[in-house]
Design a protein around this ligand. Structure first.
Ligand SMILES: [Mn+2]
Length: 321
């Protein structure tokens, strides 16, 4: 089932109380899409909130726009629970009860991953869209809401982050067309938004990055590069895990590297972020361990110590490079 954006707009036009659920470890697309839609719904007189269970990452704080809450009972009656930029209860941990309150359930996403644990009343999955923000922009237009400056900023943040600043192969003419429309919104300045997202790193985060980059492991004649963010390193530099954001792109900038893996040792488990350059299907490797994503950008997690997670994943990555 893939509903049209127009039919989703028609359904949502009749609803007043809506909770929006971006994925855990929110990124610019998850939060930007969620806040953009929330603001648009509010402008149409509806009660809408973005339900989150973790702090907003520092570099994305300007996307919060007064939309986010962790209060399950913020709405008395929830007519719709809408999952954005993800699919499946595993992507919204800690928010299952709030999710269940929605009388209708919907999903808007651009990941091809399918989830079998939810029956949606409507869904739209567009694997060819570079960002969920592209789908949300069109939905907002179909809802008849105005693209305000705040909404434009959120949509731009969604698209610039998920396209790697328009450098990833997922970038399409439509990505640029939508951004072209954003430039027509009064006051819109992409430079300001890019600087907020990309140019607010701490000195400590840069030191963390250089420690990780200085200690990479290479496999398969240098085609696979593997880095590690350990709890020990985070403590040493006084950083939090979200300050490791962007390091994987730095690894991918190495000539000859076809695939990169960045292990992130959290307090609970080990997550792996994966990237491919042209042909390395990292999603194939991730899906073996219950993860997912896109062919050239995927992730998975392990309830194992870091060394064991490496032993499991690295051979699977060597196979795809
Ligand atoms: Mn996304």
């Amino acid at each position: 089932m893939n509903d049209t954006i127009r039919s989703i707009a028609t359904i949502m036009s009749d609803l007043d109380d809506i909770l929006i659920f971006p994925h855990v470890n929110m990124d610019g697309d998850a939060l930007g899409s969620a806040s953009a839609l929330c603001l648009a719904l509010r402008s149409l007189g509806k009660n809408a909130y973005v339900m989150i269970s973790e702090p907003v990452p520092k570099n994305l704080d300007f996307l919060e726009c007064g939309c986010c809450t962790s209060d399950d009972s913020v709405l008395e009656d929830v007519q719709l629970s809408l999952m954005l930029d993800c699919n499946g209860l595993g992507r919204i941990p800690g928010r299952e009860e709030a999710w269940a309150r929605g009388r209708l359930k919907g999903c808007i996403d651009h990941h091809a991953t399918t989830a079998k644990d939810i029956r949606y009343d409507f869904s739209r999955i567009e694997p060819k869209s570079a960002a969920t923000g592209e789908i949300i922009y069109r939905l907002i237009k179909d809802l008849g809401a105005e693209i305000t400056l705040d909404i434009a900023n959120c949509i731009f943040a969604a698209i610039t982050t998920d396209t790697g600043n328009f450098q990833h192969t997922n970038t399409t003419s439509r990505s640029h067309e939508i951004v072209g429309h954003l430039y027509k919104v009064e006051g819109f300045n992409s430079k300001i938004i890019s600087a907020l997202i990309y140019d607010r790193r701490s000195k400590e985060a840069l030191k963390l990055e250089s420690a990780i980059l200085g200690n990479l492991d290479f496999y398969a004649d240098g085609k696979l590069a593997v880095g590690k963010v350990t709890q020990k390193l985070l403590k040493e530099f006084g950083c939090t895990m979200d300050e490791a954001e962007g390091i994987i792109q730095r690894i991918m900038s190495i000539d000859g590297v076809e695939a990169a893996c960045l292990f992130k040792e959290t307090e609970k488990n080990v997550r792996a972020s994966l990237r491919g350059r042209t042909y390395a299907n990292v999603e194939k490797a991730a899906s073996r361990f219950g993860g997912g994503g896109h062919m050239l950008a995927a992730g998975c997690s392990f309830d194992l110590p870091l060394e064991q997670a490496e032993k499991e994943l690295i051979p699977a990555l060597i196979e795809v490079v």
